[in-house]
Structure formats: C-alpha cells, structure tokens
Design a protein around this ligand. Sequence first.
Ligand code: ZN
Ligand code: ZN
Length: 687
Amino acid sequence: MKLHTDPKCGFGLITLSSLLGVLAVLFPAAEQVTRADDPAVTVLQQTETHRWYKGNMHTHSHWSDGDDYLEMIALWYEQHGYQFLVFTDHNTLADQERWIEVEKSKGGKKAYDKLIKQYPDWVESRTVDGKLQVRLRRFDEVAKRFNKTEKYLLIQGEEITDILGKRTPIHLNVTNLKELIIPRGGKTVAETIQNNVNAAMIQRQQTGQPMLIHLNHPNFYYAITAEDLMRVVGDRFFEVYNGHPYVHNSGDEIHPSTERLWDIILTKRIAEFDLPMMYGIATDDGHNYHHIPSRESEPGRGWVTVLAEKLEPGTLIEALEAGSFYASSGVRLKKILSGPKQLHIEIDPVPGETYTIEFIGTRTGYDKSSYPVLDKQGKPIRTTRIYSKEIGEVFETVKGNCATYHFRGDEIYVRARVTSSEKHPNPSEPGDFKMAWVQPVLLKKRRELERKPITCEGSYPHHLQGVDVDENSIYWSFTTQLVKTDWDGKVLKKIPVPGHHGDLCVRNGRVYVAVNLGKFNDPQGNADSRVYVYDAQNLSLITKHDVQEVFYGAGGIGFYKDHFYVIGGLPDEIDENYVYEYDGDFHFVKKHVIESGHTHLGIQTAAFTKGRWWFGCYGSPKTLLVSDSKFHLLGRYKFDCSLGIACSNTGQLYCAQDHYGKEKGHTGSIHPVTPDENDGLKFLEPE
Ligand SMILES: [Zn+2]
Ligand SMILES: [Zn+2]
C-alpha cells in the first residue's frame, strides 16, 4: 500500500494556458480525456448535454410507517437541493383513496398542523365519530404539484418488504414500478431475494416500463450475507450505505461491513461466476421528519448523484445501470474518469475539509479460499464467511482533492472511496465521516470477455439481418428466424418469423424488429413496413406497429433518447438516405435526411452510441455511415457492419458477420470493434 499526496490538485489559481502546460507534463494521459470517442475511456463530468442529478431512492411516509405526508417530504427534499426523490413505502403504492385518523397517525397532530400551515387550501379533512381524519394525497397528485421539468422529479417506488421466519427481513426497493409487487417469499434468503427480483424483472418486461431494483440494508438484523447476494441474477444494485441508525453499515466483530460485503460479492461475481458486477448506492431510508438532527431515521444522510441527459425516470435508470453515478453521504465529486490505464477522480471540495481517497480492489490470482465463522462450541454462525485479505485490498491511499490510480494490469476491478476530514453532521452511526463511493471499474475479465468474438449456435436458411445485446443475451435476426443466445452463443430460444425480419434492437426487456412484408427499394414505395415487438424473455410476440412512413421498406432500427429510428431500403437513383423517427409508442415524429450520397439498397443496420449514429450499408465495398445525433454526416467509410451493429451496456461495440456454406446454410457471429479515425471502425484483436 502506498500513501502519498497527489501533486496535481493544487491548480486552483493557475490560468487556463499554463494549466494546459501543467497538465501535459503532469498528466500525460490527459489526451484521453479529450478523446470522447475512445470507447475505452468513460468520463463522468457535467457538460453541455449531461448534468449531475442528486436523488434519494429510499423514503417512507404516512402511506406506511413514516411520520409525515408525501407533500411535506417532497418539499423537504426540494428545499435541500435534491433533484429527484423516490417514495418507497413498505408493500404500498400511494395510488388509492386513503383517509387516516390524525391522532393515530405516526406524525400525529404536529405533522397535521405543519401540513395545514404549509398548504391551507390543499388539505382535505373530515370528522368521523368525533375524530379528525385527513386524506392522504396520492402520488400522482403530489407529483403533479411538485414535478418541474429539469428541476425536480418525484418517482413512485415500493419497498418490497419480505421476511424469512421471524427475524430475517429481506427488503428490496423497486424504483418507477407500475404495479404493486406483493412479497414473493422463499425457502432461503437467496431464494427470497431472487423471487422478488424476478417479480420486478417480469413486470419490467411485461410493461416495458424502465424499473430499477436494489437490495436494501443487508446488515439490518444481519439478515443478508455475501453468499446470499453473490449469485443473485438481475439485481445489480445494493445499499452500501443506508442512513437508518439500525442498519449496521459498518458491521460488528462477526459481521462484515457493507463495504466488505461489496468487495466479496464483486470479486466472486466477476471472477468466478461470470455475473455482472454490483453497484453500491447510498440512501436515507427516512421515516422521521420532525426532529432533524436526532438519532432517528431522518432525511439528508445518503444519496446518489447521477450524470444523465435529462431528469426523467427512464433516463436516470439507464444512467444508473450504466454506472454513471456515485454514492455519497456528504462528499461531492466533480469528475470520474476511467480508462484502460487509470481511474481518476476529482472532488468538489468544501473549504476547510481535506480528503482521503482510497483505491480498492482485488487482483487476479487472489486467494479463493474461505471458511465459516464459528461460535464457542465450534458451530458455524450464520454470517458471511471469512475471505482472504486479498479480496478488497486497498491498493493506494492519496490525500488531496484529486487522485489517479494507474492500473498495474492484474486488477479484476478497482473502486474508490473518499473520506472527508469532516464528520457527518447527522450520521447513520455516531462518528461517521462524510464519504463518497465511486463505482467499480472492471479490468481484465471484462477486456477478455469483450474482446472475444461470439458465434451463434446452429445454422439458418436465410442470412443474418441484425443483432443486439443486453446484459445476459444476444438477439439475432436471421430473416425468417429470430434467435436468442447467451453470451457464449448457446441458443436459449428460437422462433420462426415472417420474412422479411430485418435488424433489431432491445430495450427494457423487449425486442423491436424492423419488418417489411412488401417490396424493398421500390420507387413507388410498395413496401409494407412494420415493427414487431417481442418479449425478450421468451420471444413471444407482444404487438406490431405500423410504420408505413418508411417508404422503401423497413430494414433496420435503432434507439436514442426514448425514440425509435427506423431505416430501410432505397431505390437506385436517390443520393441521400432517410431516417424515420418514432416516439416510444410508435407515433411518427419526423423524417430525417442524411446527406450521405447513394448507398446500395439504403441502410441496413443502426446503433447509437459514443454520441453518434453508426449505420451499416451494403455496396461493394460495404459502407459505414457515421452521423451525429441530428443526422449530420460525420464520415463515410469502407467498413462492413451491414449485417448488424450493437453496443453493450458497458459501451463495447460489436459488428455482425454471416458465413454461408452450401450444405450448412447461414451462420452468424459478432465481433468486437472500436472506433477508428481512418476506417470508421476497426476489429479488436483478442488479448
Ligand atoms: Zn427496509
Ligand atoms: Zn425502508
């Protein structure tokens, strides 16, 4: 472990030109900062298009066991600099007519008087049998009153509050759900978590509504061990910090801290189970709103700060899922840069505070052994097993307002923790300092996985038309067959479909395929353009949309900022291409023109990533068109991605290929590619 002061942080008074000089000397990797198109570099920093949004994703109210009204809680967070707030009452949505007796409510007369004082014309009360009652305002009423575009957003959530036996609470929050989820139960802790996660995932798939699930306070009653959580599929978030005073974030002699749980889970999931990593979030879990600060569970203790393009539930969830956020209990960050060689973070410092930045992770070749914690009789205690110190090692400690960790190359992941010299003003546990948690960056394993081409199992009568990927699966359109495989290419589901099924894209558990049932490339436009929508889980057909605006035949589809973009055929004589924009419900919005010159049979495939559109076209040689988000052409290259282009949620781009054998028919594969200045894209070599 190294301890040093980072010299690069003292440039507060340096002018811009000298700063650039200083940076060039002190920060030789700085050119990577400006290479926004380098897929290996991710920069989280406020820009013209992206903002930091502060939010709390765990809140209780009078709808369950909180002691205040939704509108008063919404007001508290709005007045304390938050941009979003998720209401997560226990097994309840605030969507019904509900009256409560004021005296019997958690907040009692005091909360009621405050409510009346704040909103004299809004409160509905009545007297029944001599008892004063008040109507709890529904979520939609409160949201309508408070939501302001780009300023403040309330989101409906639920704390699925399950219990195993009498003393093992298993709580999961679902953000932005559509329908109440009744706790599913289970025979073990792991099974109970999984059953509830599945319920949320199914709702997300069936409704198409963006939803986020996270596991709450693992150390509440020390209910959840690392082993319980490490194999869960579909939940990629847990509370590394919860502000409730009873949740034991820092553990005790026999129970590891939530951070230790995180490192064990990360190491096992990434290195041993091939599961996606888990992100750590911070929340309040507020119940008590009338004595702040005190030792109750109060607002303002922990939050997430999300870098996103707009303040909207789907966009925030997408950003969270991409790891575009940090968790905090008081420290603000300005910038997080992760590249192939380093993790760099910059703090937004408070005058008078100093900061300790620790880079934490596990190296390949770590000691995989573990053993149980035993009681005095030698019997195993139900707690997380004891793992090697090589898991979650502190690689480097830096004092300062910024720090760069240069990867040695054998790290499985690296995350960072920032601790202020200043105590938390209203801590979860007495003595807590203000902190921030930077999400883990995956190294070796991810690079290895993502540099591997993947071949789709089986062969097919017609050629490949398009591909897309999600966290667990790859979707392939072979003109008359739709195929779903895992990331090893093993077929999970295969269905016959009407020709011509073209390129596809996957969003929120649904597969959208551009389909033409008529003629392609006909100057008279005798196409019959549709978008077929399938359930990503089992490829069952959910619905079909008419997209007849796509005049020369729908052949490809992409997604950007809540809207779908359909592309397709082109007659010979036309020297430009067209992109047809639809909203999320497939209402036609606009026809865009790309001044691309003619491409043979139009555009076949599309994907938006790295701030630009990537379009695959036929021709000889095959053509790649690159445009900005407004379809201004940025480049036309000789590169073949005409049979599919896709981007993983970690930012890796793939191009598809088709191989034809007379006896066998068509087989498909995807190959990792990276943007290239000269050729548009280039294939990545396996390491
Ligand atoms: Zn809870
Ligand atoms: Zn709670």
